[in-house]
Design a protein around this ligand. Sequence first.
Ligand SMILES: [Fe+2]
Ligand SMILES: [Fe+2]
Length: 267
Amino acid sequence: MSHGRGDVKIDLLQESRFWIRIFKEHALFIKLGLPCDRTDLINEAEGLYQELSTLEDVLMARRNLDSRLVQEIGAMVSELIEFKERVLRMQLQCEMYANLFPLLIDHIRREAVRFLQLLRTGTLTPPGGSLLTQLIRTEVFWLRIMREHIDFIRQLLDPSERTLIRALEDLNVRFSDALETARELRSMSESRPNYFNRAIRFTEELEPLVRELRDLKAQAFELLLQCRILSAVSSPLLLDHVRREADKFLEDLRVVQRELGRFESPR
Ligand SMILES: [Fe+2]
Ligand SMILES: [Fe+2]
């Protein structure tokens, strides 16, 4: 569905339900990785976890969003972003040694910043560029996220997990290539072509690649639950979390693919 100047509207309630659950888990992951003597930060993470849980319950019970609730969600997510930034700053300034990769904190900060933007504009394609560029920008965002998931999982596996590590390294190469290509296509789209069949083909070829990663995450989650993988993962939930994000990418990708249809040249 498209409106006005070609914005792609999204279902904000569904979007909020998905992301608030994700953000609740971010608070948990941070809490699990903090040094045990930083009880102040651990309590803060726990507090955020509780507040986000409550908000998630509210959203699950609601049939629609009103402006007050949207404001409440925005305030909550802003608070979470501020917390993530503070943790990241402490890491960058070596004021704290946590069992959390700084890039992971930056990663989850970016996820929250993007959601806040969606919440405030109500569209998948916020102003600041043509529709075509915004559609490709959505792919760039997700590809970067997926490439980092591969890196994080790979780094958390026990060194004895050679076969899995190799599979992830292979996927890393393919996602890095896809990310690079997406960035190039986004840049080219700034010339505002009327047709861009190459971007359509790129998007079609992306789907099976993302599905492959999604299935690997689902499988790794099952193996972790069965205690059949050795790793430094602080909670198996992390694998389910990144699998859900891959499914969300697939969902957004379908919207992108549909909207890109307008940029197919007539034959
Ligand atoms: Fe996440
Ligand atoms: Fe993520």
